[in-house]
Design a protein around this ligand. Structure first.
Ligand SMILES: C[S@@+](CC[C@H](N)C(=O)[O-])C[C@H]1O[C@@H](n2cnc3c(N)ncnc32)[C@H](O)[C@@H]1O
Length: 463
């Protein structure tokens, strides 16, 4: 038995030493110690662990203090975050970043964005006096990309003028199609103030002057900054604020939040985040961060690997929708924006989502079972143990159904591993499939870990 079922565990104890690079839905912050303890029990030799759906990097960061970690996620922003939490960051490098920062506080980008920055400051000042129409209009309709795509016919004269002047300046300075202005063009006004968005671009442009590990850390601290300051409900990127009610009237209740989020100083926040990455205790291990499909990564698993920790998505909501802003800020690839039909016409989506967002098979009902079979069989074939998280936390709301049930997963797990234990918040609820009835019920809100050991190397076509 991996964990003593009689042992009372405090699953929700504060993880004092945990590090959270970004606000993240369904992060494992509260059960890091439990995950780590179980891994230690399965592998007391402190071999390598694979964190195959690494997301925010919180788990990799925690496990990386004791053993070598290979982090894997299909999103490049996640590779950046795990690289930053796992690799060393020396004092000389920190000082060099802070030094170079001085040259990136005010650049041509702020000159270009000046008309919109000033217009927004004027609208925010009016909002402080309870006149909220203009700031709500800017949050709703002030984004540069749809304006440039001729999708802003009915905006106020003042906003139109500010947008037009900024577009002209960006074009004059050859910054309009440049990756150097990507945050300003795609997400200024909507997710961040224009001042903040252009300063986030400055930070990414500064990151370009570094290489490798330090470049990753500078980008990661910029993403952490974006996550802290974003002007949305819940600090995610799935939905910009809806500033108008169903009758098209500005919502007064949002004004305090708009003013507060948009007044956060980007450079101060960045320095705070940078210091946090610097203060991280990082072991002397050979960590690896990969942007890859889980399957290919497991195919090439290194021989020193003893355990795989897997935390895949469980609902039909794709993670790529929640963090698309971070992915675009990382890739800086001028992505196409998804279109939606509005009053018979195709318009850019409100959220400005990239068209090439990853659609995970784990979130698609018809593909999820096959994806889990691949996961179980690949880990078993490599003769490694697997800890699978089953998360009760929904991306959207409590009642969102899981694409796979616990009993379906256990049935699969038992084909590939001779020993399968289930650990929930209450301790062990079941051990072995035969003890688990078809109507297996999990306690509401229970974090579940499915612990698969004694791999039998079963080949998948026997399923
Ligand atoms: C539940 S989240 C992981 C959360 C993470 N454990 C944490 O604490 O931050 C699931 C992650 O799986 C990633 N993902 C989805 N499909 C994938 C695939 N086929 N290969 C690799 N990663 C994938 C998503 O990008 C997302 O970051």
């Amino acid at each position: 038995m991996v964990v003593n079922p009689n042992e009372q565990m405090d699953f929700f104890k504060e993880e004092k030493n945990a590090f959270r690079p970004i606000h993240y839905l369904g992060s494992k912050l509260r059960i890091l110690e439990t995950i780590s303890d179980i891994i230690d029990e399965i592998d007391p030799t402190y071999g390598r662990v694979y964190d195959v759906f690494s997301g925010s990097g919180t788990v990799s960061s925690y496990l990386g203090r004791k053993r070598s970690v290979t982090s894997v996620d299909i999103q490049e922003y996640s590779r950046i975050l795990t690289s930053a939490v796992l690799q060393p960051f020396y004092e000389g490098e920190l000082l060099e970043v802070k030094d170079r920062l001085l040259n990136y506080k005010l650049t041509n980008l702020q000159v270009c964005a000046e008309p919109l920055i000033q217009y927004e400051e004027w609208a925010l000042a009016k909002a402080s006096d309870n006149d909220i129409y203009d700031i709500c209009e800017l949050v709703e309709l002030g984004s540069i990309m749809p304006y440039k795509n001729n999708e802003r016919e009915n905006i106020s004269k003042g906003l139109k003028k500010a947008l037009e002047e900024t577009v002209m300046k960006l074009q004059d300075m050859n910054l309009f199609y440049s990756e150097k202005s990507i945050t300003t063009r795609y997400f200024g006004g909507t997710y961040f103030s224009f001042k903040q968005a252009s300063e986030l671009d400055n930070l990414l442009n500064m990151a370009d002057t570094f290489e490798g590990r330090v470049k990753d850390i500078v980008i990661a601290a910029t993403l952490s900054t974006a996550s802290e300051i974003v002007n949305t409900v819940g600090k995610q990127f799935a939905q910009p604020l809806k500033t108008l009610d169903s009758r098209g009237k500005p919502k007064k209740s949002l004004v305090t939040k708009i003013i507060k989020d948009r007044s956060v100083d980007v450079f101060k926040m960045f320095e705070m985040q940078l210091n946090k990455y610097f203060s991280l205790e990082k072991g002397n291990f050979n960590h690896i961060s990969l942007c890859s499909n889980f399957y290919e990564a497991l195919d090439n698993i290194t021989s020193d690997t003893k355990v795989v920790y897997a935390d895949p998505p469980y609902t039909r909501y794709h993670y790529s929708r929640y963090y698309h802003v971070l992915e675009t800020m990382t890739l800086r690839d001028n992505p196409e924006i998804t279109k939606v039909k509005l009053k018979g016409e195709l318009r850019m989506s409100r959220g400005l989502y990239r068209t090439e967002r990853h659609q995970s098979p784990f979130s698609i009902k018809s593909l999820a079972k096959e994806a889990f079979i691949s996961l179980f069989s690949k880990v078993s074939e490599k003769n490694v143990s697997l800890i699978l998280s089953y998360s009760p936390y929904d991306a959207e709301k409590e009642s969102t159904p899981r694409v796979q049930t616990i009993s379906e997963l256990l049935e699969l797990a038992n084909k590939y591993f001779n020993k399968v234990d289930v650990l929930s918040i209450e301790g062990f609820v079941h051990s072995k499939l035969n003890a688990v009835g078809k109507n297996f019920e999990i306690p509401t809100n229970a974090e579940i870990l499915i612990i698969c050991t004694e791999a039998n190397g079963e080949v998948r076509n026997n399923i």
